[in-house]
Design a protein around this ligand. Structure first.
Ligand code: AMP
Length: 547
């Protein structure tokens, strides 16, 4: 067989030629969305690559950061930068300032492409970013905040204007770095994951499979998951492989505009973390809209509460649950029920699992003593994975080699996910917790996720997070932090009884410590930030009731 390297440039060339009339549709908030065909994206990506290489001196392996919303210019950067041999470094615009400074310096980004609306975030950091020589600004926003910046400032459109619309993309080594993304972990410094051309190509092929996101050129995908969060779950690449239109929300991520863009652009697929969908659901209940086009919704990043899945089902939007990590590109499992379960009582239970491993992701469970656990659907252990789109190490910085911390990689090279769960004999993963979130009460484990899901199925509860807190007698016990819906009246005794009666939670697992919070603190990618809750409890900032 021919040995053709699996390169991002091949995905770009395929999409812009074979699916040239497919579109990236970017929401602008007024005056109608911006529409750009894949053919135009291909031409503009070539122009951007010429500009970056010829004017800004970006060479093979050079890092180009993007501090951008989901929009068509960001898609252009996604393709131009890796295709020319440089490395795309997507910057998470919700990271605290000191972490942004850390990751730009660690990656040694030379250029940052930034949306004008994000300049107030970038400009104050520039004096601390010595490697950044050029800032390229795209889209609306006040440029004056950049006056006095030592980096050279360029306008995106002016920079690419008049450049050749074709580029002789180099034949790179498919194992070369194409993109990098730092983890948004809540402990320690962010860690850099470097994706290769090969890993992205193979991951994209599996993302398109019917068993996975199952999207075809008849679809329009609403890509809510940010392009700075694990390559928007591979969607920009998967859509260029298949000709799916991309509907990009830009900075309009609030429930109102999301509902509006669904009604007017009629996407058939969408992907985002549960928090976004909880918000959209509340919006649709308050202001009903026609969202009937949205047949399939991929939910991942955190466990999908059963109540959310049911609510979406009742609106005709079918949720497909998936699990992954920055380190797994991200798709690690997708919950499509097996044929024998479809139409039976088992179907919903299968859909609620994190999903089944695709070909390409090998998995094993490791017990507390390092022993291998069986796939019996009952033995819970830490999930370890390996495969061609799973990280084998973290980026050590420009002058250091790859880093393989022992708590993240096994001696034989598997990724230790830090997620605890079971695997059924037919390969479905059910996560019960993060290793660090599991509640260890009197030698037994209590799943914080089970308690949260049961609480969130109560009609008065908008959100709930459960964390372990120290307990003299049991070592640890659960603390339930609850966000009530507006006007809700449920008290803690009622909620506790509900957990036992409706939630099937064993009596010894029921929390005795309860508190109401205005909102559950979230991480930079919208997940529950339990570290903050634990700290607030330790410092006596929460008003806790003991039942
Ligand atoms: P990140 O690298 O920020 O995408 O975070 C990855 C982590 O998110 C995983 O290790 C899990 O703990 C969590 N996660 C992702 N998807 C799911 C899911 N479907 N259910 C439960 N946890 C999830």
């Amino acid at each position: 067989m021919q040995d053709v390297p699996l390169l991002i440039s091949r995905i770009l060339t395929h999409g812009s030629r074979i699916h040239g009339s497919s579109q990236v549709i970017t929401w602008t908030g007024n005056g109608g969305p911006q529409r750009r065909s894949y053919a135009e994206i291909g031409a503009r990506s070539a122009q951007l690559a010429h500009a970056l290489g010829e004017d800004l001196g970006v060479g093979t392996g050079g890092r180009v950061g993007t501090l951008m919303w989901n929009n068509s210019e960001h898609v252009e950067a996604y393709f131009a930068i890796p295709s020319m041999g440089a490395v795309l470094h997507t910057l998470n615009l919700r990271l605290p300032a000191e972490q942004l400074v850390f990751i730009v310096n660690h990656a040694a980004d030379r250029v940052i492409i930034v949306n004008g609306s994000l300049l107030p975030l970038l400009a104050p950091l520039l004096p601390d970013l010595p490697t950044v020589e050029h800032v390229v600004v795209s889209g609306p926003g006040d440029r004056s905040v950049l006056s006095g910046a030592s980096a050279r400032v360029h306008e995106y459109e002016e920079l690419i204007e008049g450049r050749p619309t074709a580029y002789d993309w180099p034949e790179l080594d498919e194992r070369a770095a194409a993109a990098m993304c730092y983890t948004s972990g809540t402990t320690g410094d962010p860690k850099g994951v470097v994706y290769s051309h090969r890993s992205i190509y193979l991951h994209s092929m599996q993302a398109c499979m019917a068993e996975s996101m199952g999207i075809t050129d008849q679809d329009t995908s609403l890509v809510v998951v940010p392009q700075f969060h694990v390559n928007a779950w591979g969607l920009p690449h998967a859509t260029f492989m298949t000709g799916v239109n991309m509907l990009m929300p830009d900075r309009f991520l609030q429930p109102g505009p999301l509902a509006e863009m669904i009604e007017s652009e009629r996407p058939t697929h969408a992907a985002a973390v549960p928090t976004i969908w909880q918000g959209l659901l509340a919006e649709l209940r308050a202001h009903p809209r026609d969202v009937g086009s949205l047949a399939q919704v991929t939910i991942g990043g955190s466990a999908c509460p059963p109540s959310l899945m049911e609510a979406f089902d009742s609106l005709g939007m079918r949720v497909c649950h998936a699990w992954g990590m920055t380190e797994t590109s991200p798709l690690g499992t997708v919950a499509r029920p097996p044929a024998h379960a479809v139409g039976t009582d088992e179907e919903f239970a299968y859909r609620l699992t994190q999903g089944r491993f695709p070909a390409g992701v090998e998995a094993r469970l490791t017990g507390p003593g390092g022993e291998r656990l069986p796939w019996d659907g009952e033995s819970a252990g830490e999930l370890e994975v390996r495969g061609p789109w799973i990280a084998g190490a973290y980026y050590g910085g420009p002058d250091a080699g790859a880093v393989r911390p022992a708590d993240k990689f096994s001696e034989d090279g598997w990724l230790k996910t830090g997620d605890v769960g079971t695997i059924s004999p037919d390969g479905f993963l059910t996560l019960t917790d993060r290793a660090k979130d599991v509640i260890k009460s009197g030698g037994e484990w209590i799943s914080s996720v089970d308690l949260e899901n049961a609480l969130m199925s109560h009609p008065d509860v908008a959100e709930a997070a459960v964390v372990a807190v120290p307990d003299d007698k049991w070592g640890e016990r659960p603390l339930a932090t609850v966000v009530l819906k507006e006007g809700a009246t449920a008290d803690f005794t009622t909620l506790r009884a509900f957990l036992a009666d409706e939630g099937s939670i064993a009596k010894w697992q029921l929390p005795e410590r309860w508190t109401i919070v205005p909102a559950v603190p979230k991480t930079s990618v919208g997940k529950f930030d339990k570290k903050v809750l634990r700290r607030q409890y330790a410092e006596g900032e929460l008003d806790v009731t003991r039942l």
